[in-house]
Design a binder for this molecule. Structure first.
Ligand code: PGA
Length: 234
């Protein structure tokens, strides 16, 4: 899964060195980032002309908070490659005016020319970015309330085991407008969400189901996450 994802990122960069990427955090993409760092070290794959946006950030966290996605991206990816800091953006979780920050972020994605490749993880509840069940398919970058299940899964990253209640996330419509999308899922605890995405009704109750309507989305699954995937008929 990770090798296929890294290969798609590399192919996109080789075709279009100034491509625009929309990228995830979490456990799932860690090995993809490590492999991209290896491609940079061994094959001189360059990220210097590309532009990178992150999907989300917790509301209220300063960029140097150890559980922030600023720190995650710096430690797991940007500091390991030649990404240009001027072309890297993560929503400012500590913005004084979060609404204005959401509008600025959405405009920055638009001004960059839109997203060439969006890489997504999937939550156990089918969320993409922090678009939790119920998120409108028309939504843009905005402040959202996290599902209790999401806060529980992510609690261990925070002192006192209390994840923030809110976050800034890139919206469903913004994700959907990406020219290419990769959805990564690994582990048995994602198998239900993957099956719902593939076979369930397309509805905001399972945000990832929206991707069924997208013309250029690929699901990359490990065997456990693909447990409930039916074989295509001959
Ligand atoms: P995970 O998170 O990669 O840590 O499982 C994925 C997600 O919630 O989108």
């Amino acid at each position: 899964m990770s090798a296929a994802a890294a290969a798609t990122v590399a192919r996109t960069l080789r075709r279009k060195p100034d491509a625009v990427f929309l990228l995830p955090t979490g456990t799932t993409p860690l090995v993809m980032y490590r492999q991209l760092a290896e491609l940079h070290a061994t094959e001189r794959l360059s990220f210097a002309d590309a532009t990178f946006f992150n999907l989300d950030e917790y509301l209220g966290l300063p960029p140097d908070h150890p559980a922030s996605y600023h720190v995650y991206m710096r430690d797991h990816f940007y500091s390991l490659v030649d990404a240009n800091p001027d072309r890297v953006q993560v929503p400012a979780g500590d913005a004084r005016n979060p609404q204005a920050e959401c509008e600025r972020y959405e405009a920055a994605i638009r001004d960059a020319g839109g997203v060439d490749l969006c890489v997504l993880g999937i939550g156990r509840n089918g969320h993409i970015g922090f678009n939790e069940p119920g998120a409108s398919f028309d939504s843009r970058t905005r402040v959202v309330r996290l599902a209790e299940t999401t806060r529980l899964v992510n609690a261990a990253d925070f002192e006192g085991d209390r994840a923030p209640e809110r976050a800034i996330t890139v919206g469903m419509k913004t994700i959907f407008e990406s020219r290419e999308i990769l959805l990564l899922a690994s582990g048995a605890n994602k198998a239900d969400a993957v099956a719902e995405t593939l076979y369930g009704t397309i509805s905001p109750g399972v945000p990832a189901s929206m991707l069924s309507r997208h013309r250029n989305t690929t699901l990359l699954l490990d065997f456990e996450a693909a447990e409930l995937v039916e074989e295509a008929p001959e």
